[in-house]
Design a protein around this ligand. Sequence first.
Ligand SMILES: Nc1ncnc2c1ncn2[C@@H]1O[C@H](COP(=O)(O)OP(=O)(O)OP(=O)(O)O)[C@@H](O)[C@H]1O
Ligand SMILES: [Mg+2]
Length: 451
Amino acid sequence: MNIPTSSMVTETPGALIASHSHIRGLGVDLDTLTPRFSSQGLVGQERARKAAALIIKMVEERKIAGRAILIAGPPSTGKTAIAMGMAQTLGSEVPFVTMSGSEIYSKEISKTEALTQAFRKGVAVRVSEETEFIEGEVVEIQLDKSVTQANRQGRIIMKTNDMESAFNLGPKLIDSLEKEHVIAGDIISVNMSSNRIVKLGRSYARSRDYDAMGKDTKFVTCPDGELRKRKEETHVVSLHEIDVINSRPQGYMGLFSGDTGEIPSETRDQINVKVDEWKEEGKAELLPGVLFIDEVHMLDVEAFSFMNKWTETELSPIIIMASNRGNATVRGTPSKAPHGMPLDFLDRCVIISTHPYNAHELQEILKIRAAEEEVELNEGAIALLTRVAEERGLRYGSQLIATSYEVAKKRKGGEGKVEERDVERAYGLFLDPKRSVELVAELQGERMELS
Ligand SMILES: Nc1ncnc2c1ncn2[C@@H]1O[C@H](COP(=O)(O)OP(=O)(O)OP(=O)(O)O)[C@@H](O)[C@H]1O
Ligand SMILES: [Mg+2]
């Protein structure tokens, strides 16, 4: 069984989408669970943020299994924002996978396969392995001349304070040495299973060797004892990554392209058995993370029943969902249900609700967004943007920051500082949802008159 190494891992957990780039966490003191009015980019919505922080604590303490969390509330009330805050709060080892409900329809794989992949991305395995290293000071590197690039060979002589020894070099190691610019006098560590070389620094004994020094050269002492060492190495990979690597030859290429195809269920079964074995032997630890499904009302009844089964297994991440729907049709059925979600699934959800913002909160959010986009607003512009956000929605108000800035840059004497009149102009140029509905109604009226 192959385990991907961390260099193959492609997804950075918690990478933020642009409109949420100002969010750095939940802004909640995790010890006392007290939310601050405005902290780490999040403003107001204190109860929801406190609840979200509590969930994070439970995830970290592994106290919340087989449950799903639904963040419900009107549009633009920070549901996605709070989920992003949760992602930032979780440690970097714990996976946080984000998807939108509609994504399961857009892939070339079946809906259930898309969901299974998302679930398995949400569970990480921390694997510990004993790896052999050679660690010491480089005495000399000898490269044989007469061969082609692909067959390069040579020898490296390395030493500790107690011994000196020569090792053969193959093409991979020579490449690594060159990439790291290793020269005599460097202290290096060579991972014998991955052929990776890490330069630990330069030997103190060479500290007068000015030619080989940059301004940030780090000096270290030459190690004592044996050159060969065994060290415990751990890496964290998701179950999905293990699936992909083992599903076909060159499987890891699929990790880069995202094109993994359907993974046979036998492969997954084998992997589950193996991971169980590793767990028993103390070689691996499971780290269930979070799967965030935005716009969850886009899932259909089949997807919900599939998730229902999954959440009961040990290999399930915590499911966090968001929806801005009230009573809506459950896709794939004729009936309506709260949040467009079948009742038996809703039954296992803990619900966090979000509420519309007041003017003070809206103003604070807009100020944070402006700072994030490096746009300077004067008092009048802030006041008008706040009013727009109150009447036309936060998302529209927030988008007006960038467009007003462009208007301000073009205005004579504007120097890029946004004033009230710039916001007015931008407001005139771009419709908000309310006005666009009015426009459509108007247009339809005209067409009817024509026909
Ligand atoms: N409490 C908040 N603090 C800071 N920024 C916020 C807050 N709430 C929302 N925002 C920002 O306002 C914008 C809209 O919020 P968001 O996308 O989270 O709303 P939503 O509730 O997910 O809406 P929808 O139902 O339409 O998906 C985003 O740019 C978001 O980052
Ligand atoms: Mg959202």
